[in-house]
Design a protein around this ligand. Structure first.
Ligand code: C2E
Ligand code: CA
Ligand code: CA
Ligand code: CA
Length: 277
């Protein structure tokens, strides 16, 4: 273990198993991907009950020079093991902000939701970073929604909440992603500085056939409504699910039925095209 430089890298790679080696390689390549423009911003539309696109979720894609398109599930968890995730999310934030500025210039009202790893909240200067981003790109703060998972709220409740509350005063929105899959208590909900709940696709998928899942969705929506949260249903894939969910006025829908995640320019086309003619 006394090797230096490149030798040290070789040593580590040899001493690790096949699985560990490929994950180490992947992490190194991902670091390079951020600076080498191998990442691409995809957007998936979110629709209101009348079928209008009211916003988008940013989802990152990695075009690996040899492996081709690597799905987020294969590299986000690796990136989350280190501050690499912060770098990657910063890239997504920057691209999303650029897109928001473009929407604003076109006179369009849509917002964008960005996934944020819990690690950001322990980074010094997080609040300033978001504020600077908004100011630099010149869009209204309420157009930006930051999606966080329940885990964060349990891990670092106090510190994270304070930062969220500060940004929220500026107008930034906060959304709880994959709601219903974590262990957070319903009691937290009323005191959290949040604006939105996203119902995980595992509750949406069995609809409309499953009475149990119907009851759970019903409960989540009614709690959310009384707390004045927006609710987004994730993973809407069938007309049956779409029509079932229409019973909830104000509920937003996201899923393959309404639109797959697409490269940003392609996702924006249906909104920008009518303006160009
Ligand atoms: P997520 O935040 O829950 O994102 C929703 C995932 O569901 C996306 O997978 C999306 O493509 C997929 N999806 C959307 N509609 C449907 C549908 O109708 N059916 C099915 N089966 N799936 C649907 P994706 O893009 O592969 O991303 C996976 C996860 O990776 C995301 O889950 C999120 O946790 C993470 N992720 C993606 N982009 C970013 C990012 O920029 N930053 C961070 N920190 N995480 C990201
Ligand atoms: Ca999300
Ligand atoms: Ca989700
Ligand atoms: Ca997720």
């Amino acid at each position: 273990a006394r090797a230096h430089g490149g030798g040290q890298v070789a040593f580590f790679e040899q001493s690790m198993g096949e699985h560990a080696r490929s994950r180490y390689t992947l992490q190194r390549e991902l670091r390079h991907a951020i600076s080498d423009q191998q990442l691409e911003l995809y957007l998936q539309p979110q629709l209101d009950a009348d079928g209008r696109t009211v916003g988008f979720e940013s989802l990152v894609r990695w075009h690996h020079p040899e492996r081709g398109l690597v799905p987020p599930g294969a590299f986000i968890p690796l990136a989350e093991e280190s501050d690499l995730i912060v770098e990657m999310d910063n890239w997504v934030l920057e691209e999303s902000a650029r897109t928001l500025a473009r929407l604003a210039r076109a006179g369009l009202a849509q917002g964008i939701s960005v996934n944020l790893s819990p690690r950001h909240f322990s980074q010094p200067g997080f609040v300033d970073k978001i504020r600077t981003l908004i100011r630099r790109h010149g869009f209204a703060a309420r157009r930006l929604t930051l999606e966080i998972t329940e885990g964060l709220l349990l891990e670092s409740l106090g510190a994270a909440q304070e930062k969220m509350a500060t940004l929220r005063q500026d107008g930034v929105r906060f959304s709880i992603d994959d709601f219903g899959t974590g262990y957070s208590s319903l009691a937290y909900l009323k005191s959290l500085p949040i604006d939105e709940l996203k119902i995980d696709q595992r509750f949406i998928r069995p609809l409309p056939g499953s009475e149990e899942d119907g009851a759970l969705v019903d409960g989540i929506v009614s709690i959310a409504r009384s707390l004045r949260f927006t609710v987004v249903a994730e993973g809407v894939e069938t007309a049956g699910q779409r029509d079932y969910l229409k019973r909830y006025p104000g509920l937003l829908q996201q899923g393959y039925l309404h639109g797959r995640p697409m490269p940003a320019p392609q996702a924006l086309l249906p909104l920008l095209e009518p303006l160009a003619t």
